[in-house]
Design a protein around this ligand. Structure first.
Ligand code: ZN
Length: 272
């Protein structure tokens, strides 16, 4: 089967599969790219994993994920910065051009303070990213995660940090799950594109009802997100990279993952 030129899948989407199984099954299903989650690297060192994935015919799109910068104590924030530098080393060894950042938040700490700590944290790791030629992609998360996963909840907030830190290595991962509701989305995607900030595009769907905040995402077409429209906006803004399928779903993880990959390819063709 020919590769679908822009289709990539996150290892977290097919969580029951080992990285070796992903290397085997993704290309067989027609998938061209892979974004690797750090937990998939527990059994293989990043350099070996990267080589094996490329030998299997896959392009390594990103490493997921770094971030989680905010913390009440300065020592904790320093530890997070050190961990992010190690994650950049992993991305470089893997051959992933982009490291995705889920930026973090602390319950009870003002979001503005968390945003400052995030900006400071990214500023602290940027020189290491530049030295290793690894791009950093801020992923705005849906506001339902503003308490403990990310104080960056809109494209506008991500654009603002990119403007402030002004590095060609800093940009944004736009995930339809997190940003589809934003009335300002088209404008902010256009702004990100004009400024060279659009580094990654993640797709899945929003289920009604959503039964779990983290692990009840839908396959494209199962929910209410107009993925084709958002895709048209990112492409009009100049984005030419992969469309990365990122679905955390207890329901789909419980199915046969080969059939699931076929369903992903089918849904991608129909709904994206
Ligand atoms: Zn994402």
């Amino acid at each position: 089967m020919p590769h679908l030129r822009h289709l990539a899948v996150h290892t977290a989407t097919t969580k029951p599969l080992s990285l070796a199984e992903c290397a085997d099954l993704y290309p067989a299903a027609g998938v061209g790219g892979i974004t690797v989650w750090r937990d998939a690297l527990e059994e293989t060192d990043p350099a070996t994993a990267g080589r094996q994935l490329r030998e299997a015919g896959l392009e390594v799109v990103s490493l997921c994920r770094g971030g989680f910068f905010p913390a009440p104590a300065e020592s904790e924030r320093r530890a997070a910065i050190d961990d992010n530098r190690r994650t950049i080393d992993e991305a470089a060894a893997l051959g992933a051009p982009v490291l995705v950042l889920v930026c973090g938040a602390v319950p009870g700490q003002p979001l503005s303070e968390s945003r400052q700590q995030i900006t400071d944290g990214i500023a602290a790791i940027l020189p290491h990213a530049e030295a290793n030629d690894v791009k950093l992609a801020i992923e705005p998360l849906h506001p339902m995660y503003a308490d403990d996963r990310s104080a960056i909840n809109t494209m506008a907030q991500a654009n603002e940090i990119c403007d402030q830190l002004n590095s060609p290595l800093l940009g944004i991962a736009a995930d339809v799950y997190h940003v589809w509701w934003d009335p300002d989305l088209e404008t902010q995607i256009k702004y990100a594109g004009e400024n060279g900030y659009l580094f990654a595009f993640h797709i899945c769907d929003w289920l009604t009802p959503t039964n779990h905040l983290l692990t009840d995402r839908g396959l494209m077409g199962e929910g209410c997100i107009d993925i084709k429209k958002i895709r048209s906006w990112v492409e009009a803004a100049g984005f030419q990279g992969f469309h990365e399928v990122e679905i955390f779903s207890e329901l789909w993880w419980a199915t046969d993952q080969r059939e699931y990959l076929e369903a992903i390819v089918q849904a991608y063709k129909e709904h994206c």
